[in-house]
Design a binder for this molecule. Structure first.
Ligand code: NI
Length: 171
């Protein structure tokens, strides 16, 4: 396993549309392990492959947020497809490892259902609510090049860009 470098906004790589994994599963187990180690090292709740520069439809969500025992491995979603979004919405502050120190209030469906494959290639469906549903929607956005900065107005976006530029310089 390896801790990988996280791609930070406004790197244009984060805007790419991720490719399906399809049948190319050989390297996926290692990728998911590396994502897990990188997520924990950065105290994150979820991480998409594109955030470490791999433009594949893969993301992970922390086990506890996914409703599993906290000691379990993060839940992996490969080639996910959101099947249903609840009409009921909730607004809550959201962060992202590609936006260190930034939190943005975002309205999301309170529940959602997703179909994906796990690391062994098995298809599963999961239904989440609250934080889990939010994490699924957030990570799924990454696969389509959509980011926290797209949920704020122009002025707030400029503030975010300035803050991240300052931090990138170490100041
Ligand atoms: Ni994110």
């Amino acid at each position: 396993m390896a801790i990988l470098e996280i791609v930070k906004y406004p790197d244009p790589l984060l805007r790419e549309i991720c490719e399906p994994v399809g049948d190319n599963f050989e390297s996926i187990k290692k990728l998911v392990d590396d994502l897990a180690e990188t997520m924990y090292a950065n105290d994150g709740a979820g991480l998409a492959a594109i955030q470490v520069g791999i433009t594949k439809q893969v993301f992970i969500i922390d086990a506890e947020i996914a409703g599993h025992e906290p000691t379990e491995s993060p839940m992996a979603f490969i080639d996910p497809e959101i099947l249903w979004l609840d009409d009921e919405v909730e607004t809550s502050e959201e962060g992202c490892l590609s936006f260190p120190g930034i939190y943005v209030p975002i309205e999301r469906a309170y529940r959602c259902r997703v179909r994906a494959r796990d690391v062994s290639g098995e298809t599963f469906e999961a239904e989440g609510e609250g934080l889990f549903a939010r994490a699924i929607q957030h990570e799924n956005d990454h696969l389509n090049g959509k980011l926290l900065a797209d949920y704020v107005g122009r002025i707030k976006r400029k503030m975010i860009e300035r803050k991240l530029a300052r931090e990138a310089k170490g100041g």
